[in-house]
Design a protein around this ligand. Structure first.
Ligand code: GSH
Length: 206
């Protein structure tokens, strides 16, 4: 059976929603950041990167949200989360998710994880101060040039939707008013009403 390692209010929510949308049978294992469980020997044996999500499958452990989402999409092809067979359409979804992973998530991480990039407290403080404007710029680009509507890619729900929903949930905490991005905000509200999203949020809280 699949097992997903998760932490509340983190990017692991995207993979969890995708599993719910796919109708997957899976177990949830919570990692408590307050207790630094992500750095515990037990968890590092699962994911040496010390990060969530990690998806344990019968063929090994998968990490990195875009890879996990694509795996779930390909594993449940008949469900709403199934990915398109057309190479170009699939690449467009991967392009969106890669942007969330490599740029938006990294912009957000400068708020609490600045010590990954600098030791100087003044440099860390400077990075923290830049988070709101960087996240605002990222979501402006998404709102104006990337989000097709009503779903991320257009008429068809995809593995990009749980991922955008998850990262859009960080805006207020990062000092950005989501009202600046009406399409993203409406999508966030519509996503929150989906049974799969409610089930994932309930499961991560335990
Ligand atoms: N590129 C990874 C990033 C994973 C990541 O940074 N996860 C965060 C939670 S959103 C984490 O586990 N942080 C723990 C830490 O930095 O100690 C992905 O997209 O899955």
């Amino acid at each position: 059976m699949l097992k997903l390692y998760v932490t509340p209010a983190t990017c692991s929510l995207a993979s969890q929603i995708a599993l719910e949308e796919g109708g997957a049978v899976y177990a949830v294992e919570r990692i408590d950041f307050a207790r630094q469980e992500q750095r515990s020997p037990d968890f590092l044996r699962v994911n040496p990167k010390g990060r969530v999500p990690a998806l344990v499958t019968d063929r090994g452990v998968l990490t990195e949200t875009p890879a996990i989402l694509a795996f779930i999409g390909q594993s449940f092809p008949e469900s709403i989360i199934g990915v398109p067979k057309d190479p170009f359409e699939f690449a467009r979804i991967q392009s969106f998710n890669a942007y969330l992973c490599s740029t938006v998530h990294v912009a957000h991480a400068h708020k609490r994880r600045g010590s990954r990039w600098a030791d100087d407290p003044a440099a860390i403080e400077a990075m923290t101060l830049k988070v709101a404007s960087n996240m605002g710029d990222c979501f402006e680009l998404i709102e104006n040039t990337m989000f097709a509507g009503p779903w991320v890619m257009g008429e068809t729900y995809s593995i990009a939707d749980p991922y955008l929903f998850t990262l859009a949930g960080w805006l207020e905490g990062d000092g950005v008013d989501p009202a600046r991005f009406p399409k993203v905000l409406e999508h966030r509200q519509r996503m929150a009403d989906r049974p799969a999203v409610k089930a994932a949020l309930a499961a991560v809280q335990g």
